[in-house]
Design a binder for this molecule. Structure first.
Ligand SMILES: [Zn+2]
Length: 140
């Protein structure tokens, strides 16, 4: 029998919801016992849980299955100033801008210009951890 390795995904804050992917029978009951919620969405084949309980759900799933994969997403912002993007591209090593030289001398803002002379680039960033039963749980 194939071992089930559940996944918990916590999106960037503001969505209010997180998701559990776990095909094991009894997952809904497990989630309801652990965090009081866990509606199954047949369309996405995920259990919907409150954003703030994602880690609690992960712990319960780890205890049940011995392992859980946990991902949390956010957006990273990189800023770049006009002084940088209009600079000589050959001076990128002197860049002291938020872009660290990536956009130095390109002639264009990086991402969108949020006000004159300042641009912001948003990048999705996901932190992934695997928790195994028996390893110390790294949280209070
Ligand atoms: Zn820059």
């Amino acid at each position: 029998m194939r071992r089930i390795e559940p996944r918990v995904f916590r999106p960037a804050k503001g969505k209010g919801k997180a998701w559990v992917i776990c095909p094991a029978p009894g997952t809904q009951r497990l989630l309801r016992d652990a965090i009081g919620q866990g509606r199954y969405d047949a369309k996405t084949r995920r259990f919907v849980i409150p954003w703030s309980r994602a880690l609690d759900a992960a712990k319960a799933l780890m205890n049940e299955h011995g392992i859980v994969h946990y991902s949390q997403a956010t957006t990273r912002q990189t800023t770049c100033t006009e002084e940088c993007w209009t600079a000589d591209p050959n001076t990128w090593d002197k860049c002291e801008c938020g872009c660290a030289g990536f956009n130095h001398g390109s002639g264009m803002p990086m991402g969108s210009e949020v006000k004159e002379g300042l641009s912001v680039h948003h990048e999705r960033y996901v932190l992934e951890r695997t928790f195994k039963k028996g390893d110390p749980w790294p949280f209070q």
